[in-house]
Design a protein around this ligand. Structure first.
Ligand SMILES: [Fe+2]
Length: 444
């Protein structure tokens, strides 16, 4: 990190493909020039402290009411509500919202136009300068940061109403070309929402267009996460697939994972890269409340696991095979969180539904791992359990003893908690005279 002047910080992005730990801040519908905008910003600044923000995503409707240059200057880049202090150190990447277009005449009739203050102000890569297939336009583009590929789509143009368009052609090429471990797409209009906008409403042609025309392609190429704003609420879905109609058409077959409880049970969504297509899905998150608030929406879309009609933003950490996303409200409380553990290496698929009958059957997952470790085993009777971890020199790194009842058991550990770093370890589990040794590979 190089300091180039007081409070001006520049940090070079990691080499594409490098699984370096990164912090992402996701902010939507923020430029209101009000106290709410400032609360959300202050909550994040306090939360992240000295932790550098590697990627700051703007989900559109960045400046209200009409996205004029004056509004951008007054409430985004300066003044009481602006981000001028943190813009000196954290780079942002953006996607346009409907309000960013409102000061531009005739955008519906000319989807290829980049006229107007939004496109004058932002400078997004058009030639693949930061990775990805060159889009040739700031209307939509992609970039890499570490082992994450980010795609910004323009949900405000008439292309999205059709199955085929130049944006779709580029999207297919871009998705086919990326070799990143993670793929995150972001655009303004949410394909699913029951917030201040309802994705079942016939009036919401652009939300419907994104869902019907773009989601099949995003899912077919294994996009992990879709982020959107526009609806002034927070909504986080289950891992789903193949649901492109109204919410009334949703079936059990659309669910890959149920609403996994990370907060209490440390259950992540598993991204099963090597599995059958029926076990692969995408998680959809709406966060359009970085300064805008509409209370009283039903928030009852059936794919959603967690919702909030307050204000807030998303703090996301990606490290190797693990993504942890936290929704931070306007007073600095984490009110929702989820994790995605991505299968980086092939493991036997039979392990997912292991019907263990014998004492033991210790499974470590993921392995190799960078941040999270699960131990799963079976006890055929009530047992005293000793769990120990050694490094290859035989040094005891971690030990734990406890009593457990008969049945299947899951234990979750964070590698930091176990004080494990990059290297090879042995996990040694003893229960009622049965001993099991497993090799564990830490990739950090
Ligand atoms: Fe919007």
């Amino acid at each position: 990190m190089t300091e180039i002047g007081e409070n001006y910080i520049f940090k070079t992005a990691p080499i594409p493909g490098t699984p370096e730990a990164m912090r992402i801040w996701v902010l939507g519908d923020f430029g209101r020039g009000n106290e709410l905008q400032k609360m959300v910003k202050d909550a994040y600044v306090d939360y992240t402290g000295d932790r550098h923000t590697d990627v700051w995503l703007w989900l559109g409707d960045n400046a209200y009411q009409v996205g004029s240059d004056q509004e951008y200057q007054d409430i985004v880049f300066s003044g009481e509500w602006g981000y001028q202090d943190i813009l000196r150190k954290w780079p942002f990447w953006t996607t346009p919202g409907n309000h960013d277009y409102l000061s531009v005449d005739g955008y519906y009739t000319n989807p290829e136009s980049t006229a107007g203050p939004y496109f004058d102000i932002v400078h997004m890569p058009t030639e693949g300068e930061a990775g990805g297939v060159p889009s040739g336009t700031e209307l939509y583009y992609s970039f890499d940061h570490g082992n994450v590929h980010f795609i910004s789509l323009n949900s405000e143009v008439t292309w999205i109403l059709f199955e085929e368009s130049v944006m779709m052609d580029w999207l297919r090429q871009d998705l086919a070309a990326t070799t990143a471990d993670w793929v995150v797409a972001f655009f303004h209009e949410p394909p699913y929402s029951k917030g201040s906008h309802d994705s079942d409403d016939a009036f919401e042609a652009f939300m419907t267009g994104m869902r019907e025309n773009f989601l099949p392609t995003l899912e077919a190429y294994g996009v992990d996460l879709v982020l959107a704003g526009h609806s002034h609420v927070y909504e986080r879905s289950a891992q789903i697939k193949g649901h492109y109609g109204l919410s009334s058409t949703l079936t059990d077959n659309n669910f890959v994972d149920d609403c996994n409880d990370w907060t209490n049970k440390k259950e992540p969504y598993y991204k099963r890269v090597y599995a059958d297509d029926s076990l692969k899905g995408t998680i959809y998150v709406v966060c359009g409340n970085g300064g805008s608030q509409d209370e009283g929406a039903p928030l009852d879309h059936p794919i959603m696991c967690s919702t909030d009609d307050g204000i807030g933003s998303i703090v996301m950490d990606v490290k190797g095979d693990t993504l942890i996303s936290r929704y931070l409200n306007g007073v600095g409380e984490i009110v929702d969180e989820f994790a995605i553990v991505r299968e980086m290496y092939p493991v036997g698929m039979e392990d997912y539904d292991l019907e263990v009958k014998e004492m033991g059957d210790l499974l470590l997952y993921p392995n190799p791992t960078s941040q999270i470790l699960y131990l799963r085993y079976y006890l055929s009777k009530n047992s005293a359990v000793d769990m120990e971890i050694y490094d290859l020199s035989g040094r005891l790194i971690y030990t734990e003893s406890y009593k457990e009842a008969e049945g299947k058991h899951f234990h979750y550990y964070d590698l930091n908690q176990l004080q494990l770093s990059k290297g090879i370890y042995m996990v040694d589990l003893k229960c009622n005279g049965v001993r099991q040794l497993r090799e564990l590979i830490g990739v950090y």
